[in-house]
Write a protein that binds this ligand. Structure first.
Ligand SMILES: Nc1ncnc2c1ncn2[C@@H]1O[C@H](COP(=O)(O)OP(=O)(O)OP(=O)(O)O)[C@@H](O)[C@H]1O
Length: 238
């Protein structure tokens, strides 16, 4: 599945959220969409999920324009908690299984064990971190061709993050899935990434293959991100 954003612009009232963004995402790769608060990461993901439409430009999946129908192919972990508080964890798993034909119960069971979640527990009684884990279970248990993760590690403690980052790849089917992770926690997701994209003030300012970055420039993604941002700031102040 090839996802293409072609010359996308989007504004909310006076605020410009995306400016002439063009990006291509291919199956089998994990992309990191990196940038500071308010840079347009979530808006980009929402566009791929068909939840927000561009003012200008096109979003295409396999050459076809994205509509609301894309949602069946997109597993989307959002920043917002959209859980029903009276549900138990198990109810939520049942609900997802009823909503999405690609929801894999066996995978969900395995993920629940890995994330140490109790299916009898009420969602309103879960800690923030455990809610974060549940969100990951619900997104990763789907065999959707497109997996969008918006700040997937927020609320998780550092030890857990580390182990989740390590186990995440085992839940991805690289023959069939495209994964896009939006985050400002670059250090943590670095080991997962194939491609790193920097978005700033609604513009894509850089994109690099992570292996090339390491081998050719001798830089970690975080070092590259910091130096790119510093260079920008310097330029903006000239
Ligand atoms: N529903 C909305 N109504 C008005 N403005 C919006 C809306 N959604 C996003 N914006 C604006 O668009 C810009 C980009 O926001 P977006 O949420 O895409 O950034 P982000 O990079 O995901 O930020 P964060 O890291 O803080 O989540 C911001 O200026 C934001 O205020």
């Amino acid at each position: 599945m090839t996802i293409q954003l072609k010359n996308i612009s989007k504004r909310y009232g006076k605020d410009i959220s995306l400016k002439n963004v063009s990006l291509t995402f291919e199956t089998g790769k994990i992309y990191g969409l990196l940038g500071p608060n308010g840079s347009g990461k979530s808006t980009t993901l929402k566009m791929i999920a068909g939840l927000v439409y561009p003012d200008l430009g096109q979003v295409e999946v396999n050459g076809e324009e994205v509509t609301r129908r894309i949602s069946k192919d997109v597993a989307y972990l959002t920043e917002l908690d959209m859980f029903y508080p009276s549900f138990t964890v198990g109810n939520m798993i049942d609900f997802y299984a009823s909503q999405f034909t690609d929801f894999d119960r066996n995978k969900a069971e395995q993920l629940m064990q890995d994330m140490k979640l109790d299916s009898a527990k009420k969602i309103k009684r879960l800690s923030k971190g455990n809610r974060g884990r549940l969100k990951l279970v619900l997104a990763l248990a789907r065999k959707a061709p497109v997996l969008l993760l918006d700040e997937p590690f927020s609320g998780l403690d550092p030890m857990v993050r580390d182990s989740i980052v390590k186990s995440l790849v085992s839940y991805i089917n690289f023959d069939e899935q495209t994964v896009i992770i939006a985050t400002h926690e670059i250090d943590e997701i670095e080991p997962l990434l194939d491609e790193a994209i920097i978005i700033l003030n609604g513009k894509i300012i850089e994109q690099e293959n992570v292996e090339d970055l390491r081998e050719e420039a001798g830089l970690s993604v975080l070092e590259w991100f910091k130096s790119t941002m510093a260079e920008r700031e310097g330029r903006d102040h000239e």
